[in-house]
Design a protein around this ligand. Structure first.
Ligand code: MN
Length: 402
């Protein structure tokens, strides 16, 4: 049985920090939320899924414009036409309150409206499945609702899917849960929402933060799309991109000895990177020459404007949002940190609990854990060795202390 997970779509959210977008980009930005949503509906139909899950924060705010509501309901009706069911929960951004909706939900849409964990049995093409979930009714929900999810053993003998919008932590404002609790439910699939960076917390059976399918600012560079999953015997999943644009961050090292050569290298970079969808860049240009233009930070803005214009002329779907010029000592890589900050991190990582946290999965490997946890001196030596390597290989360009 195929399903599609959509998390944190944030319809109506605006795009941050874009100055002087070119007309072509501005036009795409205006409709990017709608385009992403329509792409999702098309993927669901093309891939013949039986259920589409919206795992909360589908809308950016609890109050949704009538036009957006209409767009959404039209998509739902298209899914209904294709025989596809929908399970929808509300998150902390779009928390549910009745009487805000100008259209009624088509009958294929199963809406969770209560903060109480609820189980719904949904008829799909190949039989039935059950979905367990809850919705926010206010922006905060401080109880651990994972504890209220019924284990699969206590439910009907059907494929079982959980929907959970919240944070993986011991406490917090967003329905904090412990991964262990969700794992012990033994559901066939758990669709998580809230965290915008995609994250697979368990591969089989899957427990997945889909992440937002569309980045809205320069921080949201890690976007994978929606999750297409097969549940049951041949369980597997993959991410499918659906956004018409993406934010990216890259450091480009320029090796030319003249400005003309540098420009050529940059243009080659932009040509090589061009795709059929828009890319909005934060570029750091690293040079190790003495050309005076590179010493003047104002040239970043000047160059940015020119490159954006050039991309437009070349029909390349690329836009430089930020362009930073950086010098580096020969043979070393720039690091936007001061040496003092690095030392502070070093001290922090000597703490066994902190090291355990950053090593994450490695720690669950018995051999590695014994090796690292058993011998404090060895652990200290590993961290010190790492610091030493960073000290020699990098050029520290940051300022200040932590
Ligand atoms: Mn959220």
């Amino acid at each position: 049985m195929r399903i599609l997970q959509v998390s944190d779509l944030h319809l109506e959210r605006t795009f941050g920090g874009l100055t002087e977008p070119t007309p072509a980009l501005a036009a795409v930005l205006l409709t990017a939320n709608q385009t992403t949503f329509q792409n999702i509906i098309q993927v669901a139909i093309k891939e013949k899924v039986e259920l589409v899950i919206f795992a909360g924060d589908t809308f950016h705010a609890p109050q949704v414009s009538i036009a957006t509501q209409h767009l959404f309901m039209t998509g739902m009706a298209d899914l209904k036409q294709a025989g596809i069911q929908v399970a929808l929960t509300f998150g902390n951004h779009d928390y549910y309150s009745p009487q805000r909706f100008w259209f009624s939900w088509p009958e294929n849409v199963h809406v969770f409206t209560s903060e109480r964990v609820t189980t719904k049995i949904i008829p799909v093409t190949s039989g039935k499945l059950q979905v367990v979930g809850f919705s926010y009714q206010q922006p905060w929900l401080e109880s651990n609702l994972a504890a209220a999810f019924p284990p699969k053993e206590t439910l009907a003998n059907l494929p079982t899917i959980g929907i959970y919008h919240g944070e993986n932590s011991t406490q917090g404002h967003y329905a904090p849960f412990r991964l262990e609790t969700l794992k012990n439910l033994h559901y066939d699939y758990i669709a998580l929402g809230h965290i915008h960076v995609p994250d697979v917390l368990q591969f089989a059976p899957p427990i997945i933060y889909g992440g937002t399918p569309l980045g809205h600012n320069k921080k949201e560079t890690q976007v994978k799309g929606v999750v297409l999953a097969e549940i049951g015997e041949k369980a597997n999943f993959k991410f499918i991109p659906v956004a018409p644009l993406r934010f990216g961050q890259q450091t480009v090292t320029l090796t030319g000895t003249t400005l003309a050569e540098n420009l050529q290298e940059l243009q080659n970079f932009l040509r090589t990177k061009a795709q059929k969808n828009w890319q909005i860049w934060q570029l750091t240009l690293v040079v190790n020459n003495d050309l005076s233009e590179w010493q003047d930070p104002n040239y970043g803005q000047d160059l940015r404007r020119y490159l954006n214009q050039w991309c437009q002329e070349q029909d390349l779907l690329q836009f430089m949002q930020e362009l930073t010029l950086q010098h580096v000592k020969e043979g070393k890589l720039p690091l936007p940190l001061s040496s003092e900050v690095l030392q502070q991190y070093g001290k922090l990582y000597q703490e066994p609990a902190v090291l355990q946290e950053i090593l994450g999965e490695l720690w669950s490997q018995p051999t590695l854990r014994d090796l690292l946890a058993g011998d404090a001196d060895y652990q200290a030596a590993v961290v010190a060795g790492g610091l030493q390597l960073i000290q020699t290989e990098f050029d520290f360009q940051g300022e200040g202390t932590p």
